[in-house]
Design a protein around this ligand. Structure first.
Ligand code: ATR
Length: 283
């Protein structure tokens, strides 16, 4: 057991009390026997800049950043990875040679989750249909572009947001009408729900998957509940499905490595632990 200084990191957001990140990092700290802590920091937007400027004074190795601070975090960096620059948003901050660095690991998490949940998914995936046009959709589209998915189509309730995102994403990103969603399913090899529809306490995504091919992969970024109605419908008709929890677990890996010096692995045991928290088996 390391008895030296305690290494500290955490997650900053507003609100942040429901963040599951402390469970994930706490589990890895224990696994590695690292003398470290990972805490939640509820910081209002007007206080965020001060919080970031004083990270090292607070004894923090770095932080994860969540809603609504990811764009402000990007602006506060000394150095950013290409991925963070492309997205103009950062969710993982750390120090390197005295400089504050930032990355956006949401796309890494999204891709790693599909790689683990449905290996080889990108070999034959030519066309992806993205529901939603918020920050999560932005990161996911960047990830799909890294894997050279030929055709990406965004459908969003507010069409202008989809158009802005398509413009920002560059490349071959198309926009289709929310009301024509059903038609778009016919040619999709991958369907990703990035909207909040289907999350507990939110309305359901009212969509019949009937036009979708049986080999198309369906995934959701919502992970409460673990199996959304979208995923259930897909599973029952025989489509491959990957739930959203793995994205949360995998996006945490790079931060842990930066702050605590060990590269953790996303295992079934970790997944089950977080599942137990979500389903209320553990408090
Ligand atoms: P995030 O950064 O997590 O992606 P966000 O920017 O609030 O969050 O995006 C939420 C997404 O869910 C948006 O695409 C939003 O659609 P609008 O751009 O039209 O707001 C979508 N969304 C939320 N509630 C919805 C609803 N009732 N019907 C359809 N789409 C909805």
């Amino acid at each position: 057991m390391n008895t030296g200084t305690i290494l500290r990191a955490g997650v900053v957001g507003h609100p942040v009390k429901h963040s599951r990140s402390p469970i994930i990092h706490g589990y890895w700290l224990e696994q590695f026997g690292i003398n470290g802590r990972y805490d939640r920091y509820d910081v209002k937007p007007e206080d965020f800049s001060h919080f970031v400027k004083t990270l090292s004074e607070q004894g923090l190795q770095g932080v994860n950043v969540t809603i609504p601070h990811k764009e402000a975090a990007f602006l506060a960096l000394d150095e950013a990875t290409d991925r963070a620059r492309r997205l103009k948003a950062a969710n993982t901050l750390w120090f390197e040679n005295g400089k504050l660095w930032g990355d956006n690991t949401d796309s890494i998490g999204f891709l790693a989750n599909l790689d683990q949940g449905h290996p080889g998914w990108d070999i034959n995936a030519k066309s992806a249909l993205i529901l939603g046009a918020g920050g999560a959709a932005r990161a996911i589209i960047a990830g799909l572009q890294e894997r050279n998915i030929e055709k990406i189509t965004i459908v969003n309730r507010t069409r202008e947001r989809a158009e802005e995102l398509a413009l920002m994403s560059g490349g071959q990103v198309a926009v289709a009408e929310w009301s024509k969603l059903s038609f778009q399913l016919e040619s999709a090899d991958l369907v990703v729900n990035t909207t909040s529809l289907g999350m507990s306490g939110q309305p359901d995504l009212d969509l019949s998957l009937d036009p979708l091919g049986k080999n198309a992969l369906v995934t959701d970024i919502v992970y409460v509940p673990l199996e959304t109605n979208l995923l259930k419908q897909a599973r029952l008709r025989g489509n491959p499905v990957v739930d959203g929890l793995g994205m949360l677990l995998h996006q945490a890996v790079p931060g842990f490595e930066h702050w605590f010096g060990k590269r953790p692995v996303v295992t079934d045991a970790l997944r089950h632990l977080v599942e137990d928290h979500i389903t209320g088996i553990r408090a």
